[in-house]
Each structure stands twice: as C-alpha cells, then as structure tokens.
Ligand binder design. Sequence first.
Ligand code: FAD
Length: 508
Amino acid sequence: HMEENIENLVIGSGYGGAVAALRLTQAGKKVVMLEMGLDWEKEDGKYKPFSNLITPKNNSTWLKKSSQAPMMNIAMFNKKFTGVLDRMDFENIKVYAGRGVGGGSLVNGGMAVQPKKAYFQEIFPELSVEKFWATYFPLAQKELEVNEIPDAYYEKSAYYKFARVGESEAHEAGFETVRVPNVYSFEYMKKEEAGEVPKSALAKEVIYGNNHGKQSLEKTYLKKALKTELLTIQDLHRVDYIQQIKNGYAVYVDIIDTEGLVIAKKTINCKKIFLNAGSIGTTKLLLTSMHKGKMTNFDSSLGSHWGNNGNVMTGRNMVNTLFNRVENESTESNYSTGTGSEQSTIPVSGVDNWEDKKHAFFAEISPLPMGMEVYTALYLIINKVPIPGHISYDPALDDIRIHWEKKNYQHTVDNAKYFIKKMNKANGGTPSGLLWKGGYGPDICYHPLGGAVIGKTTDLFGRVKGYENLYVTDGALVPASIGVNPFLTITAIAEYCMEEIIGKDFKK
Ligand code: FAD
C-alpha cells in the first residue's frame, strides 16, 4: 500500500480537469492529476493506433468483451482492455464517455458549439451572460483551437455530401440550418482529401479515437500544462472515494492494469481537490464519499438536476427520396441520391429549431460512414430537459443508479417524431427502423450533464458547499441540458471558476 502527500490534486483529465491543471500550473502550483484511463501517448503511443468505426479492436472499448457503439459493427474481443470508449448501462439510459488522458476529447466529434444566449441565461440565471460572451467563450475557443470548415471545401467535398443533403432537405421542410465550428483541423482534413497526409476523419475514425487531425486536449490544454513542468499525470489510477482528514483530504485510489484488475492501492493525502471526473464520475465520487468516507455535509441537491442534454438518436431511411426529388425537381439532382458512400466522421452542420417554442431542439446532422451508400440520414437531436433526473448511491451495489423515466424524456421523443415526420413529408423517406427499435433512441446519452450543479451543490464558482478546498469544475456543474453539444460550455465555465479560485483561494 502506497501513500503520497501532495498539495493540489485534479481527478480526471477531460475538459474541466485540463482547464484546472493549466490554470493552476500557470499560477505556479504543483499539480498531480489522476486519470483512470490510459495515457495513450506514453511509450511512443504503444497502445495506439486507435480503431476505426468498421473494425474495432479491443482498444476501442473500456473493459468489455465486445464493442458497444450504438450503431456499426459489433466486434468481439479475446481480452478486456482499458479501451477509449466506455458505455455505462443504467436502468433506462446508456451513458457514453471517453477514457484516457484527454477524457471525452479523445472520442468526441469535436463540435464546439456556443449555446443560445437566452438559453444560457435561463440555465444559469446567476451567471453573467455578458462576461461569458466577452471573455470565457472566446478564451475557450482560442485554447481549444476551434476552427470552421471553409465554405469552398464544404461545398465541393464528396465527404460532406451527407451534410449538404441534410441541410438541403431541412430547408425543404422549412427548417433553418447552421454551420458548426469544430476542433478538428480543416486544414489537415483538406490535406487528407488531397492524399498528402494519413487519413483520420476521412478514414472512418471517431468515437474510438482519432489518430490524426483532431486537436484533443493532450494537444492543447494538457500539453501547455505539462510544459510548465509542474504537472504530473498518473494514468490507470481510479479514485474510489474521498475522506476528510486533518488539514485536507485522503483520497483512496485503485491502480489498475490494462485488463482492469486492481494491482495496487494508494492513498493520496492532499490539501485541495479539483473533481473533474465528468458528470457521472464526479457525482459518483461525491456520493460514494458521502457513504464510504462519511462526508455528510454536502448540500441536499447533490445528485439532482441530472440530464442527458435531451439526446435522442434518430434516422431516416431515404430510399424513396430519390423518386420524390425527381418528381419535385426541387433541388440539385446530385442531392437526391442518398448521403454518399464516403463520409467524413466530423459533423459540421445542424438544424436549429430553437426559436420554435413548441418544438425547441437542435439536430446535429451526423455522418454514418459505413463505407457504402446506406441511404440513411442520421441525427443526434438535443433538447431541453424540463424535468431533470437524479443520481443516487446504492450501497448494496457500491455503485450509483440513475433515475431516468418516461417523464424525463418523452418530450424528446415527441420532438424527434415531429422533426422526422416533417422531413419525410417534404423529402420522402421513412423513420429508420434499421438503427433502433422504432427509429428513436432516447435511452442514449453522449452528453451527461449535472449532478453537482453550480449555485446548488457548489457555490457560484464550483466550491463544494459544506467543505473547504473541494471543487467541481466539469460537466457536473451544468444542470441537465445546455441545448447544444456541451464541451465548449464546460470549458468556458471551468475557466470562469478557476479564475476566481486562483485569485482568491490560495492567499490564506
Ligand atoms: P470528461 O471529458 O468525461 O472527463 C472526465 C475524465 O475523468 C475521464 O477521462 C474519465 O476517465 C476520468 N475519470 C472518471 N472517473 C474517474 C475516477 N473515479 N478516477 C479517475 N479518473 C476518473 N461534446 C461536444 O461538445 N461536441 C461533440 O462533438 C461531442 N461529441 C461526443 C461524442 C461522443 C461519442 C461522446 C461520448 C461525447 C461527445 N461529446 C461532445 C460530449 C463531451 O465529450 C463531454 O461533454 C465532455 O467530454 C465532458 O467533459 P468533462 O470534463 O465534464 O468530463
């Protein structure tokens, strides 16, 4: 059994953790960061290359014997491995998350979307929208290296036919569309298409990691933080729970091997803890610490205001759209032949129906790169979550439960049905039964949010109520939904919290 004494501990290396690590080290503080997943860059990227969508290897999947993607091929593995994409199965919802140094940035589609101003204000009534728009969102965009697809490239690339068709069909149905910024480098993608560099987005890589092109956190925030030489990252370190001790906290850690077996135990004694294990991870750690660590001073809101960002996966079978289009002669003819056999994995456009008060949603026009024409349009729809769910700890399981019922998601299915119906009426097509039962997947969650919400479980700057020197600066702070893909907002909020914490909490 090992023991370590340190000052500042960051748990988790996703967006929140990366911001905390950079701002602490830049302020001259030594930081230890724990990550339960692999450092994919160590030993010359020994465990890479990452898998593509079509032929997942065991490095695609966190400790299961088969791949777990919501679509695509299911592959079987001989051995469990600490792969990059996790799926946590709860009673009515399956939550996906990235595992490894970089957290969700390793697996996600890179969409860096700023929420609607009015909705941000509705979700965070006590935060200053003006300050976020003037300072924290631009800062997050700069540090994350957000860029936009050039129009000329978008208009002509065969790999974005799915998106052009998606936009054109949405317009046909009377919807508005928007182009969405991303952290995948479009300069790199252009070179991929020109055959000048190894392909990643254009070679069906995403979800199980991108080997090139995507500016994930190990290339941005974490790289900068490591450069200060004040940051130590320990991978395959999974925190079990926390306990208050004299002058700080004891943190109980399991060190695991790449098959997930516990090979050692460690206690880290520290002064300050920055919890950044993601919405599910952070909430679980706090609830577990309440039971196992006897930390009973938390605010009663802990575990509540949880949601899936209103995620619904849905699709349209487009086989009959071809005939419909020829009859209508309404759109460019090349738009009427499916979504393309070659598709970039990086989404760049969406349907913005936020102004429609009855059916407020944002639908990401998603690729489905199967390597052949599948005549299927895929959408990840994002909604409000007016009735949030909650998370509780079950001592018998030594795990959490997510309470997520029909009342929490029925409106998201209604919105998805409304959207698909309108799209099919205008363009032809049928709900895609190929992908999910009935064509609608409200049990999926790519965007877990909440559980330790700002202004409720923490103060207005991520300080956990009831304790000192204990902070949350990740997706757990955001109550249930932000209406668009969330990592830009999570990064901006972490920047805002860290500015205050570094300014005020180190002087004592
Ligand atoms: P995370 O990024 O989840 O980081 C938490 C880290 O903590 C993880 O690395 C985890 O392994 C680690 N951890 C957890 N528990 C422990 C523990 N007990 N001990 C040690 N370490 C622990 N969002 C967008 O904005 N745009 C997109 O295009 C987009 N696409 C997505 C696609 C997929 C397939 C998925 C799964 C998500 C996508 N998201 C997207 C969501 C986005 O990635 C998340 O919202 C974001 O990563 C959350 O950031 P975070 O800092 O809260 O937590």
